[in-house]
Ligand binder design. Structure first.
Ligand code: TYM
Length: 350
């Protein structure tokens, strides 16, 4: 079983899917379909790692799972040519996590900044699942022996951990891996993060030093993929800026986080570089730039919002897509699990 190039990525169904998720991840999901076999997963098992106050309880979880799947499809992911499914339908994710739990070191997980942020001061009260979250993420990727993982900047550290786990597994079980016929002792690939484009870290519209986030208590801090045109316009007009006109050179954005963020969003949505955007708008006032940004956002996001609405109105249809995707994902996952069990020495039926 040689390693073939394969793309895997996931999005949590925790509500409020926003422009950061779209530009940092989903846009790249769509592009990669042209060159790779892609697997896109709604990671419902990750969603329950925080309290029900965060994920909303069972009915909300199911609704949000369908909504993320709908967002993938509305943005242009093709669930027939590629795979779209929800994580909990493929048991290999949990099985491989257990094996990886015994490979990963407590010290590695203790360094994860996202855990520290999410657990806050009351770390003793965080779930074990929240601590183990990056190991499940490594299992997600490596269950398909995926080689490329499109994500936003905030997932970089988790990807490094996935690479460390793959390497340690390959080392720890090197002899057994060779014994199973994998010549170079290389069973799991080193998954490469793909963090590309001018908006790999979209910031809050209220504070250019904070990441745009699903959990920000201010809805004005983000543009949700389900926002209508009026809401988008209002949020962009209210977005924090500074009193200076826009610079003409990218260097001029360095100390101006809010300006940098809005220019980055414009660049990403229009498929241009920040410099190209500044060549057009540099020297002008924010008000006219904001008008152009509203127009562009509405033009790009409205069709996605209406297609999402249409899809979530037919839950049976979305569920059928997820079940079909899960069956195809499981066929790949089962092969990996068979070999992994043989490598570890677990007896299984033939
Ligand atoms: P999640 O659900 O928080 O976010 C989904 C994707 O959106 C990106 N993202 C952003 N990009 C730019 N600017 C932002 N402000 C912004 N906020 C979020 C994230 O980087 C991510 O790519 N742990 C992952 C889900 C996951 C996963 C995986 C990803 C689980 N298993 C395996 C890749 C591979 C997460 O919480 O993403």
């Amino acid at each position: 079983m040689a390693i073939v190039e394969r793309v895997f990525s996931g999005v949590q169904p925790t509500g409020n899917l926003h422009l950061g998720n779209y530009l940092g991840a989903i846009v790249n999901f769509v592009k990669l379909q042209e060159t790779h076999n892609c697997i896109y997963c709604v990671v419902d098992m990750h969603a329950i790692t925080q309290g029900a106050d965060v994920w909303g309880g069972p009915a909300e979880l199911a609704r949000n799972t369908r909504e993320v799947a709908a967002a993938f499809i509305a943005a242009g992911v093709d669930p027939k040519k590629h795979i779209v499914f929800n994580q909990s339908q493929v048991s290999g994710h949990a099985e491989l996590t257990w094996i990886f739990n015994c490979v990963a070191r407590v010290g590695w997980l203790s360094r994860m900044t996202q855990f520290k942020e999410k657990a806050g001061k009351d770390r003793e009260n965080a779930s074990v699942g929240l601590y183990d979250y990056p190991v499940l993420m490594a299992a997600d990727i490596l269950l398909y022996r995926a080689t490329h993982v499109p994500v936003g900047e905030d997932q970089k550290q988790h990807l490094e951990l996935a690479r460390d786990i793959a390497q340690k597994f390959n080392n720890d079980f090197g002899d057994s891996i060779r014994g199973q016929g994998f010549n170079e002792g290389l069973f799991f690939p080193q998954p490469e993060p793909l963090i590309t484009g001018p908006a790999t870290r979209v910031m809050s519209l209220r504070d250019g030093t904070k990441k745009m986030s699903k959990s920000d208590s201010s809805d004005n801090s983000r543009i949700n993929l389900t926002d209508d045109a009026d809401t988008i316009a209002q949020k962009i007009r209210k977005a924090k800026t500074d009193p200076e006109p826009l610079p003409s050179e990218e260097k001029g954005l360095e100390t101006r986080p809010e300006a940098d963020n809005l220019v980055g969003i414009y660049a990403a949505l229009s498929g241009r570089s920040k410099q190209q955007v500044l060549s057009e708008f540099g020297g002008g006032q924010f008000s006219s730039f904001k008008n152009a940004l509203v127009e562009l956002c509405v033009e790009k996001l409205s069709p996605i919002a209406s297609e999402m609405k249409r899809l979530v109105a037919d839950p049976g249809h979305v569920d059928a897509i997820l079940v079909d995707g899960a069956e195809r994902a499981n066929a790949i996952a089962a092969e990996t699990m068979k070999s992994t069990k043989d490598i570890v020495g677990f007896i299984r039926s033939r």
